[in-house]
Design a protein around this ligand. Structure first.
Ligand SMILES: Cc1cc2nc3c(=O)[nH]c(=O)nc-3n(C[C@H](O)[C@H](O)[C@H](O)COP(=O)(O)OP(=O)(O)OC[C@H]3O[C@@H](n4cnc5c(N)ncnc54)[C@H](O)[C@@H]3O)c2cc1C
Ligand SMILES: NC(=O)c1ccc[n+]([C@@H]2O[C@H](COP(=O)([O-])OP(=O)(O)OC[C@H]3O[C@@H](n4cnc5c(N)ncnc54)[C@H](OP(=O)(O)O)[C@@H]3O)[C@@H](O)[C@H]2O)c1
Length: 496
């Protein structure tokens, strides 16, 4: 039986990944229906600025399925219901003075430059993403304020040749203050839903009770907007990646000196001693009911006013119907997508793709993924995907590699050439567009761009003077630092 061509595509999310995907699929000019579903009122994703922080429910040690569960779908569709009040973590973490941290030439999608650079205020990427949709006339594909609440695989009917996908959609109609629910069916789906929505706070002895005893004292960087609420307060910041670094620096001179920064490992930006106004502490071991915070080295702090967890985020897929789709999509124990090939294709579902999961050059890598997927779904890819067994082998080998090198499945380093190899594979899989113009050309990553990535730094490296980096071996407060082998050293783009 011949498999019918893919004619309809749903893209979930209108951030930079969704913008890249919409442009790539539209350019193929062979799909009858492309829709981009976005739960926010405008495109922009992470870059939309929400001025009013909202206290978020967080449970130390919990993962997204616990705190961001699916909504109950109405029994019959279409249907209009009272608006849902369930927290969906759809506000963004953008703070007042946030600027980009990747040079503009390497951050932008290749066919439209950022208006200026190298680092811009947060509103520039937000405007850029909106304009990218309009410039490619893909704004007409947008369905805004529309959340995908369920994504279920529909098995191929007899002789129809291919599975399809059913999406249950919910649109908040603000004028009537109701939620409107309906469903739509598509031949293929692209997940572009981002992974910086659900904040993560580790499990720490006593933290749960501490939050109840001292409401509002412990927060996550997702709700940080500026240092003013912390004026003259005694603050502990946890984490020293991009958020922890920026927030600690912003608090110096505003909050009570010193700002205590709890670090689990040394970042490439840290020298041998903390910057003026900052005191480094090891990982927190315990929160006590009397208000004290105890660190791994046994030291403790009393009379704390605020604790800001800058411990990052984890991806959430509350719409993924594990029952209908034959299993979950994400392994929260191992921390990675289940059954992908090259972080982009799915072994079990040839009509599903994902853009934006790896921690790697952002917008630019989304473009390679989007073009490779569009070309593949159009049936015009230059290289075939390997057989399913080889894709499974790739996944197995990658788990072994990341375990050996103690990194995460979707972290793709720059320094050892892995990023270039990965982009090359996507570039070569896509191949050229048609002579007549259908399709987008996967971009070059030329010398100037690569030079900018390696030399134009928002956060200059401190290193150890030999170009090496150091990593702590223990989380227990032992102050000794150890040189570790390649792979244990933080990549120069680890913070992306
Ligand atoms: C604070 C912060 C600062 C950052 N700074 C930089 C930087 O300087 N440089 C850089 O390169 N990268 C930076 N990043 C990374 C940033 O996330 C990427 O640059 C990029 O914007 C990610 O795009 P995305 O489209 O993959 O995801 P997102 O921007 O998260 O977009 C996903 C979209 O999907 C929507 N969505 C999710 N679920 C659903 C659903 N069920 N139904 C409908 N819509 C849905 C969301 O509302 C969102 O609009 C930063 C991230 C954070 C959190
Ligand atoms: N444009 C900007 O300037 C800007 C600003 C903020 C954020 N961002 C972006 O936002 C995204 C998320 O960044 P993020 O900094 O929020 O998260 P992140 O990069 O995931 O970093 C999490 C941090 O928490 C630390 N950590 C985790 N558990 C800990 C524990 N128990 N005790 C102490 N520390 C702990 C980690 O330490 P280890 O390193 O040891 O794992 C790491 O420093 C990134 O893409 C980043 O680029 C950008």
């Amino acid at each position: 039986m011949t498999v019918p061509p893919i004619k309809s595509i749903a893209i979930i999310g209108a951030g930079a990944s969704g913008a890249a995907a919409a442009a790539a699929f539209a350019a193929e000019a062979c799909f009858d229906r492309i829709r981009v579903f976005e739960r926010r009122e405008t495109p922009g994703g992470t870059w939309i600025y929400d001025p009013g922080p909202k206290e978020l429910p967080f449970v130390p040690g919990a993962s997204p399925p616990d705190i961001d569960p699916p909504l109950t779908i109405p029994d019959t569709l279409p249907k209009t219901t009272a608006p849902s009040s369930q927290e969906r973590f759809d506000r963004t973490p953008i703070y007042d003075d946030l600027t980009t941290n990747v040079p503009a030439i390497a951050m932008c999608l290749s066919d439209i430059p950022f208006p200026y650079g190298p680092f811009t205020p947060h509103w520039v990427p937000q405007q850029y993403i909106s304009n990218y949709f309009s410039s490619h006339r893909t704004d007409s594909l947008l369905s805004l304020s529309t959340t995908v609440e369920d994504l279920s695989r529909i098995p191929a009917e007899k002789h129809s040749g291919r599975d399809s996908w059913k999406l249950v959609l919910r649109r908040h109609d603000a004028a009537r203050n109701v939620d409107v629910w309906w469903e739509e069916r598509f031949d293929a789906v692209i997940l572009a839903n981002g992974h910086y929505s659900v904040p993560i706070v580790p499990h720490v002895t006593g933290l749960d009770d501490y939050r109840k005893l001292f409401p509002g004292r412990v927060s996550h960087s997702k709700t940080y907007r500026n240092p003013e609420p912390y004026r003259n307060k005694k603050v502990v910041v946890i984490g020293n990646s991009a958020s922890g670094h920026d927030i600690t620096a912003a608090l110096v001179g505003v909050a009570q000196a010193p700002i205590y920064q709890s670090r689990r490992s040394r970042s490439r930006w840290d020298g041998p001693t903390p910057p003026e106004g900052v005191e480094w502490k090891p990982v927190i071991k315990e929160f006590r009911p009397n208000g004290d915070v105890v660190f791994g080295d046994g030291s403790k702090l009393s009379s704390i006013d605020a604790v800001i967890y800058c411990t990052g985020y984890r991806p959430s897929f509350p719409f993924w119907n594990a029952k209908a789709n034959g299993g979950p999509i994400y392994d929260y124990v191992k921390d990675g997508l289940i059954g992908t090939y090259q972080h982009t294709f799915f072994q079990k579902y040839p009509n599903l793709g994902i853009v934006g999961m790896p921690r790697v050059l952002t917008f630019r890598s989304f473009e390679y993924q989007a073009i490779a997927l569009a070309r593949f779904f159009a049936g015009r890819n230059a290289l075939p995907l390997p057989p399913r067994e080889a894709q499974q082998r790739w996944e197995k080998e990658r788990w072994k590699l990341v375990k050996r090198e103690r990194r995460k499945f979707h972290d793709i380093p720059w320094d050892d050439g892995e990023t270039m190899d990965w982009l090359r594979l996507l570039f070569e899989t896509a191949g050229l567009p048609l002579l007549e113009g259908q399709g987008k050309c996967p971009p070059v990553l030329g010398y100037e761009t690569r030079w900018a990535i390696e030399h134009i730094k928002k956060y200059p490296d401190y290193g150890d003077g030999d170009g090496n980096n150091l990593r702590r071996t223990e989380d227990d407060g032992d102050e000794s630092w150890t040189f570790l082998n390649h792979g244990d050293v933080k990549d120069s783009l680890h913070f992306i």
